[in-house]
Design a protein around this ligand. Structure first.
Ligand SMILES: Nc1ncnc2c1ncn2[C@@H]1O[C@H](COP(=O)(O)OP(=O)(O)OP(=O)(O)O)[C@@H](O)[C@H]1O
Ligand SMILES: [Mg+2]
Length: 290
């Protein structure tokens, strides 16, 4: 991946135009580097990041370094700024008129808020999955292929890429014989895996997930959790969850935000859940408030 991909240019500013892709070899560019999990490279870094909605401050001078190819969980009580933080990573807050961002969010060495960064190109590299599964009213194939089309990757290999993404999203076996049926005919859990397939089809570097399993039953939730752990072998995953057990189960690092948009503690997940530094974090984890 190179940072030039994020820079705006005439051809990239339109969805109709082909855009540069991540590495000549597509899916393999960041997968098989042979890195040990002990070598942590920071892929995303917030520096003194504050977000306001009008006069109201939703994130308060956040500093955080998120490692590559790991699962980072973001937890904290309702309204503490978790979704705001997630949206600040791929500039989804740009779409909120009242939102205003101060500070930096550095993605692989580039401040995504620099004037010459194209948010559309950025969002190709930092994909997002939302709380409620939101497939398009299109076939399963077209849902996944959509991600490829907007990226200018709609070439002859589309079917193969659709299958690969569905396989990575642990959905292929269940839908192999019905790729032309509507994505809306799937179960909720399948729809969410379809949305994950759509997010990974363009081969992003980062997948942001905002409570991706909170609308699902326990069986579907457990499938999504297994999938997230697998995805982290290839992608950097940042997941907001209200479910503390889920954060403890699936994440490597945990960031605890508390009221006022303050990042109070960020550390290895085991440390956060077994021996946090801050009493406020301990109180939150043990259910004393929140
Ligand atoms: N589009 C918006 N316009 C105005 N204020 C907003 C907007 N989105 C969020 N806020 C405010 O910013 C603060 C943080 O909201 P955010 O949605 O990031 O919290 P959250 O931690 O994700 O909460 P929840 O757990 O309920 O999803 C809240 O006070 C919220 O009211
Ligand atoms: Mg939220």
């Amino acid at each position: 991946m190179s940072n030039e991909q994020l820079l705006s240019s005439e051809s990239e500013s339109s969805d109709d135009q082909p855009a540069p892709v991540s590495g000549a070899d597509g899916l393999t560019d960041s997968t098989d580097t042979g890195e040990q999990s002990t070598t942590e490279r920071t892929l995303l870094e917030a520096r003194d990041l504050s977000v306001y909605y009008g006069e109201e401050q939703a994130l308060d001078s956040v500093d955080i370094e998120i490692p590559e190819q790991q699962v980072t969980a973001v937890i904290g009580p309702s309204g503490c700024g978790k979704s705001t933080f997630l949206r600040s990573i791929n500039r989804m807050n740009d779409l909120v008129d009242a939102a205003h961002v101060d500070g930096e969010l550095v993605f692989d060495g580039t401040n995504v808020y620099a004037d010459d960064v194209d948010p559309v190109a950025l969002r190709r590299q930092i994909g997002m999955v939302f709380q409620s599964p939101n497939p398009f009213p299109k076939s399963i194939r077209d849902n996944v292929a959509y991600g490829l089309r907007v990226q200018g990757k709609d070439d002859g290999d589309v079917d193969e890429k659709v299958r690969t993404a569905l396989e990575q999203a642990a959905l292929l076996e269940e839908v192999e014989d019905q790729l032309d049926s509507s994505g809306l005919d799937l179960s909720g859990g399948q729809q969410q895996r379809l949305c994950i397939a759509r997010a990974i089809a363009p081969d992003p570097d980062v997948i942001l997930m905002d409570e991706p399993a909170s609308a699902l039953d326990p069986v579907a939730t457990s499938k999504i959790e297994d999938l997230i752990e697998e995805l982290a072998e290839e992608y950097t995953v940042v997941i907001v969850t209200h479910n503390m057990q889920q954060a403890a189960r699936i994440s490597d690092k945990t960031a605890v935000f508390l009221t006022g948009g303050e990042l109070v503690e960020f550390d290895d997940t085991d440390k956060i859940f077994e021996n946090p530094e801050h009493d406020r974090v301990e109180d939150y984890i043990t259910g004393k408030f929140g």
